[in-house]
Write a protein of this length. Structure first.
Length: 95
């Protein structure tokens, strides 16, 4: 994953999240998510930070590819394991 768009595409695919769902979570148009994924526009700092919170990754990794991807050290998890952790984190424990 060499570009921010490739990294964002990877995160959406791993989370099985649509561009519309992602856009709604951070308050931008879904077309903007597509532009970022195609590297037509640079992801602004505030958006990169909001996306990083949603996907539990470091914003520096998302925006520039710097450092480790995950906020916490989860070892060498497969993409499927990361996806399962993300599903677990979003479960409604009250219901």
């Amino acid at each position: 994953m060499n570009t921010a768009g490739e990294r964002l595409s990877h995160l959406l695919a791993a989370a099985k999240m649509t561009q519309v769902e992602c856009a709604n979570k951070i308050g931008v148009a879904h077309t903007q998510i597509g532009r970022w994924m195609r590297d037509e526009n640079e992801i602004p700092q505030p958006a990169a930070m909001a996306l990083a919170q949603i996907f539990h990754v470091r914003w520096e990794w998302l925006k520039m590819g710097d450092g480790k991807m995950l906020l916490e050290d989860m070892g060498n998890l497969s993409p499927e394991e990361v996806r399962l952790i993300e599903i677990y984190r979003h479960l409604d424990m009250a219901g």
